[in-house]
Design a protein around this ligand. Sequence first.
Ligand code: TXE
Length: 474
Amino acid sequence: MQMMIADQFTESISGERTRIINPADGKPAGEVPKGGKEDVDRAVMAAGDAFRRWSVLPTSRRGMIFWQSAALIRREADRLALILTTEQGKPLREAKDEVLGAAAVFEYYAGSASLVSAGYTDRLPRYGYGIIQRRPLGVCGAIIPWNMPVLIAAWKIGAALITGNTLVLKPSINAPMAVLAVGEVMIRSGLPPGVLNIITGNGRDAGDPLIAHPDVRKISFTGGIETGEHVARVTARTIKRLTLELGGNDPMIICSDMDPAMMADAALRLRLYNAGQICTSPKRIIVEEGIYDTFTTHLERLLRDVTVGDGTDPGSMMGPLNNAEVRRSVEDAVQTLRDEGATIIRGGKNEEFPKNGFFYNPVLCTGVPEDSRIHAEEIFGPVLPIIRADDLDDAIGIANDTQYGLGASIWTRDISAAERASEALEAGIIWVNQHMKLPPEVPFGGIKKSGFGRENGLAFIDAYTEEKTILINR
Ligand code: TXE
């Protein structure tokens, strides 16, 4: 796989390449150029050149390229999903969901094209009149993680490009190939050279030069809190705009008026999706006293039958974790829960995994103490900690006791309980009787240490344009 820069496809200046590992067997899944500062400089320059032409195109023309890209992504969804599974690990079914989700995001931005350039005029009797235009920012930068690379890339590409900006995007070195393949589809759909530039490389060599670059006007970052703090410090030096999405520790509150068997099934499916490696995965399951015992009994039974295996095997409900580091952090978190006195129940049918894969059987933790460390730190993997709550107020208190504030869900048939929780829960998005649903029509982003700024919805217009006022004296 090649980088995408002005001349469309190119190798890194150093000529070095990085091997991408298949998390199911530890074998090479492909290789990509190892990008560095010189490549970032070249990409930013190409994006600056392209900006002059791209930013003055009618938005409907930009929209056409997104319609066309979405159609091609849908047509080639199986091919793209296979690339994603072999580098990221998720089951093909989920990879295809993600690829089709990216197509839906491009369709949303194509359809939103007419909203983008709408400025307004104002008659000001003492001053003449004012023309208030919405202008794109210029060259933008995006940095994305490995967990949902295609979908997160689509959010950032869609918003930046439809508003007339050009983009330098750096995917994670743990899953860059499907994003490159989407970029290539966009080129085939008529995207002019230099509008989207994809630099593959690690955070230090390729990420740092991008966030520090003086000609980049905005960074949209999705990743961990520690890296996010670093990005905030570095971008402040050049006064860049910044959007940060730094993960979540989402509570899923289940009230005692719900059917425990149905809820156990929902909790399991949601939490094991993408092997739990999703920012909005329900990471703390808070269950009201009345159904706690029956809920956990059902969950334990369901967990035993979970099939973990290679994502390309249609029988696998869950794939491996993406890399050794994330598996180590999940193992550490489970050990901490054990030390705190929680009961650890191992699920999963399989015990024998390929030696070099990053497999990890799902875990159920009951009897989680209220002051457990899980409230402080998100567990980025297939662990279901079940926390007992006396009543709804107690559940809301536990839910809010975290530095994160990305998403939260409340499951009940009682509309006043749903309303009370929706008001009191501290998160950027609240779901009632659902979780993890992120249609591109609604804004997405967190509060507290989950970050700031919003993606999608109509928020993208403010995030990627700025107003310019022209005041005319008659
Ligand atoms: O994240 P990083 P990683 C959490 C999750 C996970 C942990 C670490 O808990 O276990 O973060 O994951 C780039 N300058 N989330 O290591 O390091 C990096 O190359 C510029 C939650 O993947 O934050 C990658 O492209 N860029 C999260 C991106 O930042 C730098 C999803 C994210 O990497 C950089 C993923 C630097 N100095 C992980 N250093 C969520 N929001 O859901 C790294 N990068």
